[in-house]
Structures are given as C-alpha cells and as structure tokens.
Design a protein around this ligand. Sequence first.
Ligand code: ATP
Length: 479
Amino acid sequence: SFQRTQYSLFSSTSSAMAATEESLRKALSDKQSAVEAQGNAVRALKAAAAPKADIDAAVQSLNALKLEKTDVERQLQSILSSDGGLSREAFRQAAVNTLERRLFYIPSFKIYRGVAGLYDYGPPGCAVKSNVLAFWRQHFVLEENMLEVDCPCVTPEVVLKASGHVDKFTDLMVKDEKTGTCYRADHLLKDFCNEKLQKDLTMSSEKAAELKHVLATLDDLSAEALGAKIKEYGITAPETKNPLSDPYPFNLMFQTSIGPSGLSPGYMRPETAQGIFVNFKDLYYYNGNKLPFAAAQIGQAFRNEISPRQGLLRVREFTLAEIEHFVDPDDKSHPKYKEVSELEFLMFPREEQMSGQSAKRIRLGEAVSKGIVNNETLGYFIGRVYLFLTRLGIDKDRLRFRQHLANEMAHYAADCWDAEIECSYGWIECVGIADRSAYDLRAHTDKSGVPLVAHEKFSEPKEVEVLFNINNVYIYPVP
Ligand SMILES: Nc1ncnc2c1ncn2[C@@H]1O[C@H](COP(=O)(O)OP(=O)(O)OP(=O)(O)O)[C@@H](O)[C@H]1O
C-alpha cells in the first residue's frame, strides 16, 4: 500500500502532460522571440539617442517580457520534473532501499561485491513471486485449459540455430573507445533524448518533436542509423565522456557445452517458447489432433544483457511465463472473443506513434473490427493480458498496449503488441503478444526433418493442384 499511495501522487495523465508541455514550449519560444525583439528595439532607441522617456518605457516592457518568460520557464520546469513534489529518483531510491532491507530481493553474491544483473529473492520476495505465478497459472493455464510443459534450460545449439537465435538474437553495442566499457547503443540514445527533453528549456518545439520521434522509432533503427544519430547528437560514454565506437551486434545468449567432451555446444535458453515448439507433435496428439490449442511454460530465461540496469527490470536471469496458442491460419476467430471485446483501455497503434500522437482509449472490439489489431485471437489475448495485469493491481491509467512499428517486428510476424506499464523509469515493456505465423514450426520442421504440422479433415473431399519444381523441390499447394 506504501507503493500505491506514493504512485498516486503522480496524478496527471501523460497525454494531458504532453499537451501542456507542448503548449508551454511554444509559449516559451514565443516569449524568447519577443524578448529578443524588444531587446533589439531598446538597442535601436539607444543608438538613435531617442528621448529618455521612450527608452525607459521600452526597457520597462523588456523587463516585463523577461519576467513573463521566466514564469513560463518555471511552469515548464515544474511539469517536466512534476511528480507531486516528490522526485521520482528519490522515491525510487527510497523504495529500493526498503525492498532490499526487507529482503524482497538481494543483489546475488553480495559478499563478493555482486554481479550486475543477477538478483536473489528473499522470503517476502519468494512469496510475492509465487503468488504472481500461481495467479498466472490460474488465469491462463487453468481457465483456458492450456497444456503446461516444463523443459530444460540448457538447450542444444541445433535448436537455437533453427529458431534463429544463434544468428540473430543480438542487441547493438557501442564501446568506450579508450576504456572498452560496453553500452547498449539504443539505451544511450534514449537517455540522451529523455534528458534533453527534460532539462533543455530553451529547445524549440520542432527540436522537441524531433527527439520525441527518435524515441518513438528507436526500436526501428538499424546499426547505421543508430550510429549516425549518436554522432549527430555528439553522444559520448556516460562516465568518461570518451568517444564511442560504431554500434555492432552482440549475441545475448550464454554459451556452454553439454557433456564432458566439449563437442556438443549448447546455450542457456533465452526464452521458454522453443521447448513448446519442439514438443508440438506430441502436444497436438495429446490434444486429440485438434486445433486450436495452447501450451504454456513457466521457467528461467537467460540473457547476457550488455549493461543491465533498472534493478529487476533488466536482469541476466529471470522467470518467463509464456504461452504459444496454435490456430488455423485461415480461421483466426476465437470462441471466447466476445468476453473481452467490450473492454476499453489505452492503446498506442503504430500510426499514432509515427505521427507523434499519444496513446488513446479504444474499445478492443473496435480495434479488431477496424483492423488495427490483426485478428480476433490476437485481440482475445490482448484482452486477457489486460485483465490479468489489472487484476494483479496494475493501475489501468498506467497501462497501455503499444503496437510494434513495421520494422520492429520480425519479418514473419503479422502483428505484435507490447503491454507497457508506466513506472518511475517511464513506459516499460512487461508482456509481448505476437502473431508469429508458423515461422518456428516451419524452422524446426526444416532442421529436424520431423513434420510439425496439423491436419484438417474437410467435410467434403477437395481436389487440389500441386506444382512441383523439380530442381528446387518447391511445393505450391493451391487452396
Ligand atoms: N533482461 C530482461 N530482464 C527481465 N525481463 C526481461 C528481460 N528481457 C526481456 N524481459 C521481459 O520478457 C518479455 C519477453 O521478452 P521479449 O523477447 O519479448 O523481450 P524483448 O522485446 O527482446 O526485450 P528488449 O527488446 O526490451 O530487450 C518482455 O516483455 C520483458 O518484459
């Protein structure tokens, strides 16, 4: 309850704050121009040796304008650091100190000075975690009759090669050119934009809009584009101010080898989903060879994050709870969709992000019928995640569903939405909901040679034409 009371101090909604901020920035830039013009007028009067009364009157209006400008500056400053009088940083520090003192969590291996991104849960932390997981299991696995599995964390290379993780599970990294310290390139750019927006009161509204656009499209930037922005804004290493290298990809998986020979490479799994995909054939059989069905898994995931920060929000080992729902690609309706279609909450479609608008309240049914959300099944899970998070106690005004930008999604994905929660670190992704098409099943079918497919029995026999390209053995089923 301590936490909820403190958070309720941050009262303004972010969209109202954004509108006020924009109008204050505009007012400040108008006042700045007026002060400059009046200053020029005073100088011109003095140069022309105008009568003293005229000069005094002009100086008086200049001073009045300066006062008005200072007033707008103060208002802008106050909304930029606004949190009801309690600084977010100070509040967070107080919360962290309390949680650590009461052993909700403890930096792992503390007596050896700890390891960044690794944490232990103490007794109350274990109790909270176990309650959250029990509720997750109840809300998703039991209420939806999902098939739960529990697979190993150590995964042979072949599985993660097939899924694309060995080649593509990377973040863009930059290095301090003198000390070699590593940073995540997009995080440095994000911090730069946020700090500028908060602290640079003289920034024009055009520049502010540009930085907001960079923030909105950050996940969309290629290594080259990120490098160009870092250079353009003169971003340097945070601690030393040394120049930074160009961004380059770093694979986040912890590598290991399985067995004593060292000949069988493996990785600590970066997600639990692959365990479900490789078991598809048996799970489908267990489900009576029928679609749709869902499988779920709760377990540890490991990511060698470049520079873990933000406490428990970005760590190197964490518990993931994942669901894979398998559906007929030609029929993505959901029998229980009606149960969630009337829910209304904050959604942030990609169009709004690109044009610099804020998230808005949309009825889920409307988002699906207008095609903003790609299909009913995806919409159903967005609704279920909304119910899960709000029943867990998340404030619905600090919860939004943000659609991935086109390039942010993997090429095979049809649509992706992140549930984001606004906390003292800003909007943080907590759940990812994606229509991944049949990419993973197809990839494991190709690599393993075991067909991970479902069959549909038509009520009437159908005649289909199949074209064979003998050279490449491509098969084109004609619907
Ligand atoms: N290092 C981490 N520590 C804690 N939670 C994480 C970490 N990485 C991802 N998550 C959480 O796991 C969920 C699923 O992971 P997903 O693969 O979608 O993340 P992601 O999009 O790769 O994350 P990001 O791009 O922020 O690194 C995310 O929604 C996020 O809440």
